[in-house]
Design a protein around this ligand. Structure first.
Ligand code: HNI
Length: 142
């Protein structure tokens, strides 16, 4: 992934403004995922998938924590997500298309929080980042 230094700064500054540890970014993105792409629900038969459920909220926090650590290590995302990559490839076996679905839902969630600040440049920077995270989490399938 080639993020320019401007894109890195843009991601880090907008992300810190969101204060992801205090908001329900992940839960909102997952709620959107299950509403817009209900086929993604098959991986979570053991969860309560009603919008805003505790399961969705807690799982959302885990997902956001992983993205947060990627953002703190933009030069070593592969290393930092290595264990998660093993988990998604060897245990969970999530069809990679779901990562594209989730990426879209994260974009919408970011846009609805950041409003005008989520301009084309911010979109492009996050798109590169989220696509790369999806690649890392699915690359061990081969
Ligand atoms: Ni994902 C578990 C991060 C995309 C299905 N996932 C996790 C965990 C993290 C995580 C963190 C918790 C690991 C642990 O407990 O050790 N997942 C991420 C990230 C992305 C992602 C950062 C992409 C941005 N996961 C997806 C997608 C799906 C998915 C697209 C399927 C639609 N993940 C799962 C499932 C689990 C999971 C299923 C196990 C849930 C559980 O608790 O049983």
């Amino acid at each position: 992934m080639v993020l320019t230094s401007e894109e890195k700064k843009l991601i880090q500054s907008t992300w810190s403004k969101l204060a992801p540890e205090h908001c329900d970014l992940g839960g909102e993105a997952l709620t959107r995922l299950f509403q817009v792409y209900p086929q993604s629900k098959i991986y979570f038969p053991h969860f309560d998938l009603c919008p805003g459920s505790n399961d969705i909220h807690h799982h959302g926090q885990k997902v956001v924590k992983a993205i947060d650590s990627a953002i703190k290590h933009l030069d070593n995302i592969r290393g930092c997500l290595s264990e998660l990559s093993d988990l998604h490839a060897y245990n969970l076996r999530v069809d990679p298309v779901n990562f594209k679905f989730l990426t879209r839902c994260i974009h919408v969630t970011l846009a609805s929080s950041l409003r005008g600040e989520y301009n084309a440049l911010a979109y492009m920077a996050y798109d590169k980042l989220l696509c790369f995270i999806g690649e890392v989490l699915t690359e061990k399938y081969r």
